[in-house]
Design a protein around this ligand. Structure first.
Ligand code: DQA
Length: 145
């Protein structure tokens, strides 16, 4: 089983970027945490981060036929992109949307996600724990009979 952890714009600056909101740990720490959970479950993990919407769409398309689950944090594109949810829908790969912060308790423009309708679940406001929960949730969903 293979999962793709996909992070959008400015998440490469984790640790530096608004640490009060996003935490003090960097992207390497996040990916190491995800890798540990995937290793425990026997899931192969790939990761991708881009600041560009089209690159994220291309990566989703490249997952077609070779990836069992996607864990996207589309970052700011969550609230603006139609192309990202369209791509997720096109490849029909189950996804759990994750946000480090609680997008529902911040500025009004963050309350709407174009991605949520195509996700099997949205987890937000739990920091790095949210990624772990997403991996475990997707694994359970895909292995349940
Ligand atoms: C975010 C929330 C978004 O509103 C924001 O634009 C981000 C990060 C989060 O993980 O909390 O870049 O997706």
């Amino acid at each position: 089983m293979k999962f793709l952890i996909m992070n959008g714009p400015n998440l490469n600056l984790l640790g530096l970027r608004e640490p009060d909101i996003y935490g003090k740990e960097d992207m390497n720490a996040l990916l190491a945490r995800c890798q540990r959970v995937c290793d425990e479950l026997g899931v192969q993990m790939e990761s991708f981060q881009s600041n560009h919407e089209g690159a994220l769409v291309d990566r989703i398309q490249a997952a077609y036929g070779n990836t069992d689950g996607i864990i996207p944090n589309p970052a700011a594109y969550t609230h603006t992109s139609v192309a990202i949810p369209d791509a997720l829908k096109a490849v029909s790969i189950p996804c759990v949307e994750v946000h480090l912060s609680d997008i529902n308790s911040r500025e009004a423009f963050r309350r709407h996600s174009f991605v949520s309708p195509v996700a099997v679940r949205t987890i937000c406001g739990k920091g790095f724990d949210g990624y772990e929960e997403a991996i475990r949730f997707l694994y359970q969903k895909l292995t349940a009979h």
